[in-house]
Design a protein around this ligand. Structure first.
Ligand SMILES: *[C@@H]1O[C@H](CO)[C@@H](O)[C@H](O)[C@H]1NC(C)=O
Ligand SMILES: *[C@@H]1O[C@H](CO)[C@@H](O)[C@H](O)[C@H]1NC(C)=O
Ligand SMILES: *[C@@H]1O[C@H](CO)[C@@H](O)[C@H](O)[C@H]1NC(C)=O
Length: 230
């Protein structure tokens, strides 16, 4: 069951066609550490932390994302597992401006540990709160919670393709017309010239004479346009 749920979670996280690259917030090595009262909380979003490295050698679980240390007796401390990697549950926030990732610490710990990743233009720093029932919240304002893809990016890609097609047509049609063929083929193709001459203006003239040695001057075309316009 646990193995299955781990298998089903795909990274980067994706909801409704948008990708949330929360992994980009995680530390490559080590963990984040924040304190609430006398409890020190260690976490690394979506990752497994090294319990030995934080001094929690007594914790039995292997795949832990969140753990904490609290003083216990004199000069001693106790370790708590607050988030098992296997309990990881990502969700879109109901307000629609980010996502939450919830963990629990297993049977020995009734509280929940929740990351609240809120969409923001600037990268914020994580802030920890703990309620009376020992539920923990890490509020984190980040660009990663805005998600990538969906509407605006698709629009950008479509716009780029249209631009590419337009540029290809421009050169595919504009250059052969320019390359001396026009006059021989007669008047019926002339409207194309009108279009291509009118659209890019002076830039077109520059390109025309760069690519085609026959186009010494545009006076020939100007005459034809003048006649048509009358
Ligand atoms: C965890 O940390 C300890 C002490 O820093 C280190 O010896 C050990 O190799 C680390 N384990 C992993 C899996 O990185
Ligand atoms: C921890 O996670 C690894 C990789 O998903 C898995 O192979 C291993 O069995 C897990 N260990 C425990 C104790 O759940
Ligand atoms: C984090 O967000 C929760 C819910 O919006 C709020 O109750 C809590 O006070 C916030 N904590 C911090 C440190 O901003």
């Amino acid at each position: 069951m646990i193995a299955l749920s781990l298998f089903l979670l795909a990274y980067p996280l994706s909801f409704k066609g948008k990708v949330y690259n929360i992994e980009s917030l995680a530390k490559e090595e080590g963990t984040f550490s924040l304190t609430v009262e006398d409890e020190e909380v260690f976490f690394n979003p979506l990752k497994v932390i090294n319990l030995t490295a934080i001094g929690c050698t007594d914790a039995q679980e292997a795949n832990v994302t969140v753990a904490s240390k609290a003083p216990f007796g004199e000069g001693d401390f106790y370790c708590f597992v607050l988030g098992l990697k296997s309990s990881e549950t990502p969700k879109l926030l109901e307000e629609g401006n980010g996502l939450s990732i919830e963990y629990n610490g297993g049977a020995s710990n009734p509280g929940k540990f929740t990351f609240l990743f809120q969409c923001a233009k600037e990268e914020g720093t994580p802030a920890l709160t703990r309620d009376k029932e020992y539920n923990y919240f890490v509020n984190w304002s980040t660009k990663a919670a805005c998600g990538k893809g969906g509407g605006s990016d698709v629009f950008g890609i479509v716009f780029f393709i249209i631009l590419l097609v337009a540029a290809t047509l421009y050169f595919a049609i504009g250059i052969p017309i320019c390359a001396c063929g026009m006059k021989k083929r007669g008047k019926e193709i002339i409207p194309f010239i009108h279009f291509w001459i009118a659209l890019p203006g002076l830039f077109k003239d520059g390109v025309k004479c760069m690519f085609s040695p026959c186009c010494k001057s545009k006076s020939g075309y100007d005459e034809v346009i003048a006649k048509d316009n009358i």
